[in-house]
Every structure is written in C-alpha cells, then in structure tokens.
Design a protein around this ligand. Structure first.
Ligand SMILES: Nc1ncnc2c1ncn2[C@@H]1O[C@H](COP(=O)(O)OP(=O)(O)OP(=O)(O)O)[C@@H](O)[C@H]1O
Length: 293
C-alpha cells in the first residue's frame, strides 16, 4: 500500500497567505473530492503536490520519498489542470507520443474509445481546440497514462452536460477496471457527490473537513418543525444553518445527536454534501470550523 503524504505545506504569494500548514494523506485506490470556494487554494495545493510550484515550507512524499525534483515519484502523478503544458502548434498525436514515452506507457485502446465517444479530432493541433475539447483531450491523457495518482483540477471545465455525464461514467469505468487514486477539485459538488469516497474541504487556505463521505453525511441532520420545538430540540447541538418557511423552521445540524427525545412535531433527515459545504464555508451562524479535521 502506498501513500501520498502532504505535511505542513504553507504557501504565500506576496503578503497573501494562500495555504497554511496543510496536512493530508491520500490512500491507495480512493477517489477524493477536493472542495473549496473560489480562491480557497485548491489549484495551488495540487500544483505544489505535483511540484509545478514550490511551497514555502512543508513537504510532499510518496512512500516516504520526497517528490521534490524526484522524477521517479513525480512520474507516479499526472495533474490535469487549466494551465496548458503543451504548445499551441503541437499536434495531439505528438503530445500523446511524448507523454507515452515520458510516463512509460499509454492505454491506446481506452484512448481510441474515448476519442470516438467524445468526437475529438485527434489530428487537430492543441491550440485549435475549443475550451471543452481542450479539457476532453487532457482528460483522455489523465485516464490513459499509467499513473497511480490522477489529479484533476476542474476536470469538466467547458464540457456540456452530455460530455460531463460521459466523463463521469468513463471515470467510474476506468477506476473499476484499474483502481488508483483520484483527487478531483471541483465546484460541481452535486455531480461528484456519488463518485467520491472522501471529501476534503479547504477554506481560506486551511483544511476544515477531511473524512469519508459516508461518515460526513451520517452527521448531517436537518431538523424541521414548529420553530419553538426545533429550537428546543437542537439546543446545544452544532447548528450550522437554518431556514424559515412561514412558521416552520429547519435547523441544520452537523455532528452526532445525543439520545435526546425527538418531539412528534419534529422531523429528522439527513442533508446533502452541497448544503453542508455551503454552510461550512459561508461562516453561517455557529461555525463548525474546528470539527472533524
Ligand atoms: N501565481 C500567483 N501569483 C499570485 N497569486 C496567486 C498565484 N496563484 C494563485 N494566487 C492566489 O492564490 C489564491 C488561491 O488561488 P487558487 O487558484 O489556488 O484557488 P482555487 O481554490 O483553485 O480557486 P478557484 O476555485 O477560483 O479556481 C487566490 O487568491 C489567487 O489569486
């Protein structure tokens, strides 16, 4: 079992602290969702992990070996991001050839199928691709290169709804054919909620949540009923948000419920990852920032 470990990573740009003491560990064969609001530091973190930019302090290791300037470790990761690594005049076929020799392999069978399914013109030059096809081409590279860690920064940028669906189903297929670790940074939480096994939330350069999705969802409770009863029932619990619908109140709780008695007038259910994300990163009433890191 190998582990990708991020220890005490901090990064500033000028006087702006972008990442502060980030500690994360990525296990084999899991699909991580890396979530955070605009400017939270997601792309910076992924670029540091893959040694595209240097951290101010801290280290990234794979199997206890620092990845810094270490080709054998860096070759275990591929970062698909908005930043283009390829020159506009390069042909896609040439980029595939170069990547194949750099990474020591390429799944041509899968690539051929994806090229056909997405309708990508493989004889095109890189710079001539539309935004969507630019993403599609980089996704094909990401899925077909023989790496242990696939890092996807906004993978569906510019993809239409049909192509997004196709990508998610191909991602699942590729993962089940060849289990490996994915780290997916995205704002489309609802679209990835059923794909990811673990969720990491970055907020203002810090990790505020890092847990299996199943455990996280089990701790979400929406408590709905007459205002007085809801307030009474949720007293002392970690209420991270609320809604009013006339005289009916919904309090959103994140954390374990104790064995308090639920009044007949009050209904209890779980709420989804997107709602939790919004409450946690909105600094809504009663922040859960220090919980469950
Ligand atoms: N090269 C750079 N020089 C100066 N500031 C930078 C640089 N790269 C990133 N930043 C700043 O660092 C902060 C974090 O940026 P980053 O792109 O990592 O966030 P993000 O979570 O990926 O955001 P988004 O979801 O909007 O893409 C932002 O305030 C950004 O302006």
């Amino acid at each position: 079992m190998s582990v990708l470990e991020v220890s005490h990573i901090s990064k500033s740009f000028g006087s702006k602290h972008v990442l502060s003491d980030i500690n994360l560990s990525f296990d084999d064969n899991k699909i991580y969702g890396l979530l955070g609001r605009n400017g939270a530091g997601k792309s910076t973190l992924l670029s540091i992990i893959t040694d595209r930019i240097a951290a101010d302090s801290g280290e990234v290791k794979i199997d206890s070996e620092d990845v810094d300037d270490n080709d054998s470790r860096l070759g275990l990761m591929y970062l698909m991001s908005e930043a283009n690594l390829y020159a506009d005049g390069w042909k896609l076929t040439q980029i595939i050839k170069d990547s194949e020799s750099l990474y020591g392999g390429f799944n041509h069978e899968l690539a051929d199928r994806l090229i056909k399914e997405f309708g990508l013109d493989i004889n095109q030059k890189f710079g001539k691709l539309s935004t969507g096809y630019n993403s599609i081409f980089k996704l094909i590279l990401a899925l077909c290169l023989p790496v242990k860690y696939v890092l996807l920064d906004e993978p569906v940028l510019g993809l239409d709804a049909n192509h997004r669906e196709l990508f998610y189903s191909e991602l699942i297929q590729s993962y089940s054919d060849n289990p490996r670790t994915f780290i997916i940074s995205t704002h489309l939480i609802e679209e990835v909620a059923n794909i990811i096994s673990d969720v990491i939330v970055l907020d203002q350069g810090r990790v505020i949540l890092n847990q299996p999705v199943e455990d996280v969802l089990a701790k979400t409770h929406s408590v709905v009923g007459p205002e007085k009863d809801v307030e009474q029932y949720t007293k002392g619990l970690n209420v991270i948000g609320h809604n009013m619908m006339g005289t009916i109140r919904a309090n959103y709780v994140y954390g374990d419920l104790d064995d308090r008695i639920l009044p007949d007038t009050v209904q209890l259910s779980n709420f989804d990852l997107q709602k939790l994300f919004i409450f946690l990163t909105n600094q809504y009433e009663g922040s859960a920032k220090n919980e469950d890191q």
